[in-house]
Design a binder for this molecule. Structure first.
Ligand code: C2E
Ligand code: MG
Ligand code: MG
Length: 656
């Protein structure tokens, strides 16, 4: 496409060059031809002058020599003159010949007509009287259309060089003109050939120049439209290609636009260095190109983001199957600087023309789909209109969240975890809320997903940790030995730096590590299992206990827990709500409690809302309970009263 556009531009440039050089060549030709034409006329007059001189010297002057001028022309002279001029007139080499006196009267005429004297003020005649030869174009005879050259020339018949009259001859122009024309024609032919040659040289120069310009422009364009590292089309070319495809789809046909984002590329860069990162990007580019058709476009949009345009891929299922294969291909192991790793990537897919009528719209939708891919179990996600509708809202929220951190608009509420057997409060879980300036107190579900997406989750978790540790110092000072639990998200566990952050905060708050508990959901652990496992291991190694939150709804099997350093399992409230009536839930909860105990973990039931559920859990051997039964999340100072009431309840039940 680009080369076609380039050759069109090249041809246009050459045409402009050729036209521009044609113009001066034509102008030069016109000027030269005009010059040749004028030279031809001048030459004709010169010839006329020469002929008249010959007539005067060879015929007229000899016929008049030795005569007495005061008497006019004698009959003998007239006869000699007639004899000398008749042949020329007869042959047509002279149209008319007259001999004029200095007063303009006709003293001899070839046709014998003495009338038609020349006025003495005729400039040509006056010039001839004064010894000059005058030649100009005129009608051959008065009122005739045949052109002639009229020459007025003084007649010098005597050896003293004095003029005795003026000779007037009309010479036929056509003969002279034929000669002059023949000369001019051959000169013009030579000129035309010369100019043609010149034009050919100019055209060759312009072709050569435009070709080098074209090559230079092509090199520049390639540079401007390709990624220097991978050689793939860059974002601009990707956008142009997508635009062309979108245009084409308006007259029929469909296709898919895909965004591909590598997971955890940053870590590769950080741990193995930029050189390895660059190599990995090249490998990813190659693998994408090799696993797609030649008609498909693979572009690097920047960083670890790639874009694909798949013309003709209108069938959703087939496209997802294709991209799943491509994703697997991409996930094959690579060895970089001696380290073997496998790359995961998230694919966001949308289809044109149905999903959007502009490239920007398609990119936005594919991005929304890709984002869902990053946080879900499948790596290839197709855009669903409902999924990205809040995208604009998310942008506004993102900006507000940033401000909220600066303005300290977050607050922590606490919910106690109670020992079911004794009713004693074992620890408090910190649950963040946002005191929004206009929308009031917002629960985490309103802003956490956006914070996670725009990487604000890191500073937010930092704030929650610091605040929770400060509060825990306060309740310890009031004599409570409750632990403090803080929820962390998948993103926090995606970097080893988090371990240092937590340790630094503990040190600063002067809180021993065993007072802190970090809650992480199963989904977060499944997100990047290996790295998360390492981070959890490192935290546990520093004495910071980990809890698996919302256990049962995610992807972690109990067997997987064996390999994780986990101190507590919190059974998701969806299993607790159905207790004690649902036999299935009872079976599940019982087996989770037993297995968790076998693994040495404490079991906490989330979402305990009734005394019956609490009693069943107590009887099933569950260690801790948390729920509205005892307290909704609120200020930590409210927990004290709750503990007293719960302990009383537990004792009463134990007695009965
Ligand atoms: P979670 O960690 O599982 O927290 C328990 C959630 O269940 C809380 O919702 C709590 O209010 C609610 N809950 C407690 N007892 C009951 C009950 O008896 N019945 C019902 N229906 N619900 C109960 P909340 O505060 O809206 O938090 C929702 C989730 O947001 C939390 O689930 C946690 O995953 C996340 N979250 C909260 N604060 C933070 C935080 O600071 N950082 C991170 N990363 N996540 C947080
Ligand atoms: Mg929690
Ligand atoms: Mg939970």
């Amino acid at each position: 496409m680009a080369s076609r556009r380039r050759s069109r531009t090249g041809a246009r440039l050459f045409a402009v060059y050729a036209a521009a050089s044609l113009f001066p060549v034509i102008a030069l030709g016109a000027v030269l031809m005009r010059g040749y034409h004028d030279d031809g006329l001048r030459h004709a007059l010169d010839q006329g002058r020469a002929q008249a001189a010959v007539i005067e010297q060879m015929a007229i002057a000899p016929a008049l020599r030795g005569a007495d001028r005061s008497q006019g022309l004698s009959d003998g002279e007239r006869e000699r003159l007639r004899a000398a001029t008749d042949l020329a007139i007869f042959r047509g080499s002279v149209f008319r010949l007259r001999l004029l006196g200095f007063d303009g009267h006709v003293s001899f005429s070839d046709d014998g007509d003495a009338s038609g004297a020349v006025p003495v003020d005729d400039p040509a005649f006056r010039a001839a009287v004064h010894g000059a030869v005058d030649a100009r174009f005129a009608a051959s005879v008065p009122h005739s259309r045949a052109l002639a050259i009229r020459v007025l020339q003084p007649v010098v018949a005597e050896s003293n060089g004095r003029a005795i009259g003026v000779l007037e001859v009309y010479l036929p122009y056509d003969r002279i003109a034929a000669q002059v024309q023949a000369d001019t024609r051959s000169a013009i032919t030579r000129l035309a050939l010369g100019l043609l040659g010149l034009y050919a040289v100019l055209a060759a120069i312009s072709w050569w120049t435009t070709r080098s310009l074209r090559r230079h422009a092509a090199a520049n364009e390639h540079q401007a439209l390709h990624d220097p590292l991978t050689g793939l089309p860059n974002r601009e070319l990707f956008r142009r290609t997508a635009e062309d495809e979108l245009d084409r789809s308006r007259t029929g046909g469909r296709g898919a636009l895909v965004l591909v984002d590598l997971d955890h590329f940053k870590e590769v860069n950080d741990t193995l260095g930029h050189h390895a990162g660059d190599e990995l990007l090249c490998i990813v580019g190659d693998r994408l190109r090799e696993s797609l058709r030649t008609d498909d476009t693979v572009a690097r949009l920047g960083g670890d983001e790639f874009g694909l345009v798949l013309p003709g891929s209108g069938d959703r299922e087939e496209t997802v199957a294709l991209l799943t294969r491509v994703r697997q291909e991409l996930g094959q192991e690579v060895t970089l600087d001696g380290a073997t790793l496998s790359m995961e990537a998230s694919f966001g897919v949308c289809f044109y023309p149905e999903d959007a009528d502009s490239v920007e719209g398609l990119l936005q939708h594919a991005d929304a789909a890709m984002y869902h891919g990053k946080h879900g179990p499948t790596g290839v996600v197709v855009y669903e209109p409902a999924a990205s509708r809040p995208a604009m809202e998310a942008l506004v929220l993102q900006r507000e969240l940033r401000l909220a951190l600066d303005r300290d608009e977050f607050v922590l509420h606490y919910q106690p975890k109670l020992e079911l057997r004794t009713g004693r409060v074992a620890g408090l879980e910190a649950l963040v809320r946002w005191q929004h300036p206009t929308r009031g107190l917002l629960p985490p579900s309103e802003f956490l997903p956006v914070a996670e997406r725009c990487e604000l989750i890191e500073p937010l978790t930092g704030w929650v940790l610091a605040q929770a540790l400060a509060d825990s110092t306060a309740w310890t000072a009031h004599g409570h030995d409750w632990t403090v639990a803080v929820n962390v998200s998948a993103r926090n566990l995606s970097s080893m730096d988090f371990v240092d952050t937590v340790r630094g905060l503990l040190r600063r708050a002067d809180v021993p590590p065993d007072r802190l508990r970090l809650e992480v959901t199963e989904t977060a652990l499944a997100f990047d299992a290996d790295l998360a496992r390492q981070v959890v291991g490192a935290l546990a190694g520093h004495g910071i206990a980990m809890s698996i939150d919302d256990f049962g709804i995610g992807f972690t099997g109990l067997s997987q827990l064996r390999t994780l350093d986990v101190a507590e399992i919190k059974i998701d409230r969806s299993f607790i709500a159905g207790l004690p009536d649902s036999e299935q839930d009872r079976a599940i909860v019982r087996s989770v409690i037993d297995l968790a105990h076998m693994l040495g973990c404490i079991v906490t039931a989330e979402g305990v809302e009734s005394e019956a559920v609490a009693a069943w859990l107590r009887e099933a051997g569950c260690d801790h309970g948390q729920g509205y039964l005892w307290m909704r999340p609120s200020r930590w100072t409210d927990v004290v009263g709750v503990e007293r009431a719960a302990a009383l309840g537990a004792r009463t039940e134990a007695r009965s």
